[in-house]
Design a protein around this ligand. Structure first.
Ligand SMILES: [Zn+2]
Length: 224
């Protein structure tokens, strides 16, 4: 059975839910799945049961769901298609990084393995998409990487932005206009817990203050 786009969207949502689980949690709640896909919990449960019957997920009534190895592999390959399409649209088609996510949401379900292989080759086997998300290999492996965010990183240390954990267009434009795209440098000068804000010194010398929520979505590494 060739996975339909609905099945693929569920696999992706559960996979991404698993990535956000607390250390001791094993299952993604049905409420989380339903809200990620914008459906009612009843609809989500029906679909998850069907995934379990196909051997793609394990469903535990009243607890939640997690993917089997087979489900995880399919989910990762959807992410591979999505991220390669995004990079292709930016690098080859000249589209802006804030407009490619919606396109990729559609194309991830229809591009063939052959076309994706060609895109991967043409782009030089890239490791990250325009937002800094890692691109899984054709074998379905994805390199886990620990990231600090601007909310958790050390203060007054040279950092490089590596990943933006939000695809909202307005947020991406805000990031771009402030020189905070992946690859750009930044340092945290201070955090103000009372104001829930983080003061940054940008690569161009400018100083800006952003909210804690925005800071938590900017992932960074030490600038070496
Ligand atoms: Zn995307």
């Amino acid at each position: 059975m060739l996975p339909s786009s609905t099945v693929e969207n569920y696999l992706k949502a559960i996979y991404q839910g698993q990535a956000l689980l607390a250390k001791d949690a094993r299952l993604v709640s049905m409420g989380q799945v339903a809200s990620a896909l914008n459906v009612t919990p009843g609809t989500a449960t029906t679909m998850v049961k069907a995934l379990a019957e196909s051997g793609l997920a394990e469903y535990e009534p009243y607890s939640g769901v997690r993917l089997t190895a087979a489900g995880e592999k399919l989910a990762v390959l959807v992410l591979r298609r999505h991220r390669l399409v995004e990079l292709f649209l930016v690098q080859v088609m000249g589209m802006s990084w804030d407009e490619v996510h919606e396109e990729a949401e559609q194309l991830e379900h229809v591009v063939s393995d052959r076309l994706i292989e060609r895109i991967d080759q043409m782009l030089g086997r890239p490791t990250h998409d325009p937002h800094g998300d890692p691109i899984p290999t054709a074998e379905g492996t994805i390199t886990p990487r620990h990231h600090d965010s601007l909310l958790t990183c050390p203060i007054n240390t040279a950092l490089r932005v590596t990943r933006i954990a939000d695809q909202d267009r307005a947020f991406l434009r805000f990031i771009e206009s402030n020189g905070l795209k992946p690859g750009q440098t930044v340092r945290v000068e201070a955090r103000d817990a009372a104001a829930d804000s983080v003061r940054l010194r940008l690569g161009n010398g400018a100083e800006i203050t952003i909210g804690a929520r925005a800071a938590s979505k900017l992932l960074v590494d030490a600038d070496s």
